[in-house]
Design a protein around this ligand. Sequence first.
Ligand code: PLP
Length: 340
Amino acid sequence: MAPGCQFASDNTAGICPEAWEALQEANLGHQPSYGDDHYTREACDSFREVFETDCDVYFVFTGTAANSLALASLCHSYHSVIAHSVSHVETDECGAPEFFSNGSKLLLAKGEHAKCDPADVARLIRSRNDLHFPKPRALSVSQSTEFGTVYRPEELKELWGVCRSHGVSMHMDGARFANAMASLGCSPAEATWRSGVDVLCFGGTKNGMAMTEAVVFFDKELSKEFAWRCKQAGQLASKMRFISAQWRRLLQDGVWLRYASLANAHAQALAAGLREIEGAEILHAVEANAVFAKLSPDVDKRLKAAGWKYYSFIGGGARFMCSWKTTEEEVQALLGAARG
Ligand SMILES: *Cc1c(COP(=O)(O)O)cnc(C)c1O
């Protein structure tokens, strides 16, 4: 094992064996196109089983597309979306949520550890109700958050309470939903629609699949013409079976949760090791697969000299992400280099 970009992001890891096998299986023979195949039907049924409800499921290629199209389906151009100031929709989607909704403005909420503070969300919702201000229509929460923290169902319900009375729907950016679920241990239903989530963008890519995110609507009123929206945005896969076959496989027997649990466990081990090292300070609670650490110049230099790559532009420190592919050996190697 050579030190490299293993911890730079959870998308530096490739495709997990189960997803790879599913791709090979889907490659046999001919199948109907544009999602009219049995892999897609069975994958959508698996979502309904996992979430214990009759949800509506669509597949797109990226998280940016999933979030933007989901939010656009909630909003007219004169609406606004409340999101944390440290959220992917705000900082890492190049204005796509605003673009696809034809101009819905993002309103930024505050809150510790990248979680929206219900009081601040209430402040934003109530601040104005006149014609001159974009009408709040959606709250977007990231699960897990950009700082690797996780909303508990009670916290989501509190936000829901704030939103519900004002006609504000809840969108969940679940690029790392699997890691959040592995951490929470409650049912996926409890962590989503039973806590007020209307639409979930469920990340497949960071969970070990190739290029896919699922948009899961719990409120079917909102998904009425979503298929057209996807097609117009160039997000309707003609060979959809290669996407849905992966979901079908990973949702079976909890493969998705097993990999997320592994990644989370490695993050815990990495954080525990860093806590013992002088010049490394853990910045946020490690609740999913991310570890944020403030590193002294010495530790930073040692890691970089050893060849480890990681980002330092998010969250005020060095970010280490674990993935389905992370090994104990890699965790120990990184810790060894940090110790010097
Ligand atoms: C990775 C990620 C996404 C998806 O990003 P794409 O590069 O568009 O696939 C969305 N939200 C969060 C929080 C992410 O970490």
